[in-house]
Design a protein around this ligand. Structure first.
Ligand code: GDP
Length: 643
């Protein structure tokens, strides 16, 4: 037994506090009751201890992993799991105590409960493979496990020399008719069977903006076919292509195309190849395979494929089909029905439906695999291009796919796209007084992302600093919002959804998301945002002068004076310089603003020459009778965006 009064004194509790605590721990105290039993006293003491511990915790920063089970999260906060679950629910997260939540979610919930958190840093970066690391891994593979794989071919060359036509004619001639069945190519790569051997063709977009992808195309390929039109010869992009292929150490086969044309001059092209690019044709004693073709008329295509196989045999292309699959993203987009969709070229191993994967900073669980005809397949082995459904977000072209343990995929999911946030160091020049337009761009396809990036970059004049924090394919995620928040950026979402959690977070963090399916709507908005950040010009207009006749009132910076407009006009809210005559000179006494004006006891906005007015002056200077106010208007004029 403990006396209630003693306990109250010991714990320094007021009557109300005591009553609340007794209520919390479900101890009923009857009228006139003086004592609590041991169990009841224990409950009160325990409660107070917990409260103190909580207060302590709230002062500290709690370390949380990138992903945490709800029950562990509650333990970390030393809170009953039910309380955590209900706060989660209030924030729109339906979870059970065994569910995993990611750090961002945990941090928001913890913050709501009054805790500070930080993310315990695991070495997640190690999960993300660089192309260099990939090459290292592939080179280290055991010889004994290696099996022959199809060659991967990319077609390069100057615009209009016939790359697309060649890709089409190879596909049409070598894909079984019933298979093709009128379906247009679903992904940017295909395989054909020639003489019972598979050849993979990678079809990267041809537009200039995709230069970077073509560059990547070459390094992913085993062989480059360089298309040169027989009627046009070596052109700037022909040279570029050769440069890329050589940099990637990929053998080049030249296809001299359009030989059906009357203007075709094969020998002239060969001379240009030899002289300008050091590609000496075999038939002239050099090492370069040159095949004259007509992609349009289907001439020379078989010879070209023959040469591809011969070249492949020289290099002995192999891979281990048994290992955990490794591949590179050739192209990616957000599909309306299928969600994030990535075309991946498998380098080694076999990718199967049901595999857990990490692709760059994106995780996923392979729900469906599709070949280039859009046909579902169960697996994809070395050199096969395949579309993957089941990724959590859209990865970037060039990122590496690896099959991982489920746990690793979950970790990656938690840290998804967070890595760029951390590395986002804004380099700022202190002398640079320009205002910044910081943006996060999200769009439905790589093409849109690049188009937006280019459009916006072209719009921003020199007077404004443009900082594109992130430009990616995919829906607007909470990570985008947090990134934008950290960088003070606006989010532009073109033809792509905004996630529910992201919307909520954006409201809470006051991050603006501008979403549209119409490009010009977004560019109009960008224009306005740019104009808001253009420097302002201050335009000064002289209005008139006022002779001070009387000082009615003066307190600190506020003076009420009477005077007569000597020349011009005087306006409310105009600026004034106070001048005083001393001998021959006049000196400036101070500067201020006319905040109010009256004439014949009526409030006015404007007074003309000869008017006698009373006015309120707010500003510096001890004004005296006889001083002159030189009144002028100052307007800030923001520059407008021309063009
Ligand atoms: P790309 O820009 O390199 O993909 O070139 P395209 O494949 O789009 O071809 C450009 C133009 O050249 C198209 O009008 C084709 O029809 C034409 N073309 C392509 N190959 C041949 C060919 O072998 N002979 C002729 N006469 N025209 C061709």
């Amino acid at each position: 037994m403990t006396k209630i009064a003693d306990l109250q004194q010991e714990l320094e509790l007021s009557d109300t506090q005591l009553a609340t605590i007794l209520d919390e721990v479900s101890v009923r105290v009857a009228e006139g009751q003086k004592n609590l039993n041991q169990n009841e006293t224990g409950r009160v003491r325990q409660f107070i201890k917990e409260q103190q511990r909580r207060a302590e915790l709230k002062g500290q920063t709690i370390d949380l992993p990138p992903i945490i089970k709800v029950s562990d999260f509650a333990t970390a906060l030393e809170l009953p799991v039910g309380e955590v679950l209900s706060v989660l629910l209030m924030n729109g997260v339906t979870a059970t105590l065994n569910d995993d939540i990611d750090y961002d979610t945990a941090a928001i919930i913890a913050q709501e409960l009054g805790y500070k958190t930080s993310e315990s840093v695991e070495k997640l970066e190690e999960q993300v493979l660089s192309p260099e690391k990939l090459e290292e891994i592939l080179n280290k593979e055991k010889k004994a496990d290696q099996q022959e794989r199809p060659p991967v071919v990319t077609i390069m060359g100057h615009v209009d020399h016939g790359k697309t036509t060649l890709l089409d004619s190879i596909r049409q001639a070598n894909v079984a008719k019933q298979e093709a069945g009128g379906i247009t190519q679903a992904i940017s790569g295909y395989q054909v069977k020639y003489k019972d051997r598979l050849i993979t063709f990678i079809d990267t977009p041809g537009h200039e903006t995709f230069e970077f992808m073509r560059q990547r195309g070459a390094s992913l390929a085993d062989i480059a076919i360089l298309v040169v039109a027989a009627d046009d010869g070596v052109k700037p992009q022909t040279k570029e292509a050769v440069k890329h292929a050589r940099a990637a150490k990929v053998p080049i086969i030249v296809a001299i195309n359009k030989i059906d044309r009357a203007e075709a001059n094969i020998d002239k092209v060969k001379t240009e190849l030899a002289e300008q690019l050091d590609l000496q044709p075999e038939e002239w004693g050099g090492k370069t395979v040159v095949v004259p073709i007509s992609a349009l008329k289907n001439q020379g295509i078989d010879e070209l494929l023959e040469m591809v196989l011969l070249t492949a045999d020289i290099d002995k292309l192999t891979a281990n089909p048994e290992r955990a699959a490794l591949g590179s993203v050739i192209e990616s987009r957000l599909d309306k029905h299928l969600g994030p969709l990535a075309t991946v070229l498998i380098h080694a191993g076999t990718l199967r439906v049901g595999d857990d994967v990490v692709v760059g900073h994106v995780s996923g669980h392979v729900r469906r695999l599709m070949d280039y005809l859009g046909k579902s397949v169960n697996e994809a082995g070395p050199s096969m291009p395949v579309a993957i459904v089941g990724l959590d977000a859209v990865p970037n072209a060039g990122e590496i796919l690896q099959v991982v343990e489920a746990q690793a995929a979950a970790r990656q999911k938690a840290s998804q796209q967070r890595a760029p946030v951390k590395s986002m160091v804004q380099v700022r020049d202190d002398d640079d007084e320009r205002q910044t337009l910081a943006l996060v761009i999200k769009a439905d396809t790589n093409g849109s992302v690049e188009a937006l990036r280019e459009t916006i970059t072209a719009m921003v004049p020199e007077e404004v600093r443009l900082s594109i924090i992130r430009a990616e394919v995919g829906a607007v995620s909470d990570s985008d919002v947090l990134t934008a928040k950290a960088a003070g950026a606006l989010i532009y979402a073109y033809n792509t959804p905004v996630g529910g959690m992201a919307k909520k977070l954006a409201d809470k963090e006051q991050v603006e998301i501008k979403s549209s399916k119409v490009v010009y709507e977004l560019s109009d908005d960008v224009r306005q945002e740019i104009e808001k950040r253009l420097p302002v010009d201050i335009v000064t207009t002289a209005l008139g002068t006022l002779k001070v006749l009387k000082i009615f009132f003066s307190i600190q910076k506020r003076k009420i004076i009477g005077g007569e407009v000597a020349e011009g006009t005087i306006e409310k809210d105009a600026q004034a310089i106070v001048w005083r005559k001393t001998g021959k000179d006049r000196v400036e006494i101070g500067r201020g603003t006319i905040t109010e004006m009256q004439r014949e006891k009526k409030v006015i906005d404007k007074a003309e020459q000869g008017d006698q007015v009373g006015l309120t002056y707010e500003g510096k200077g001890k004004i005296k009778e006889g001083d002159v106010l030189e009144v002028y208007k100052e307007e800030k004029v923001r520059k407008e965006l021309t063009a």
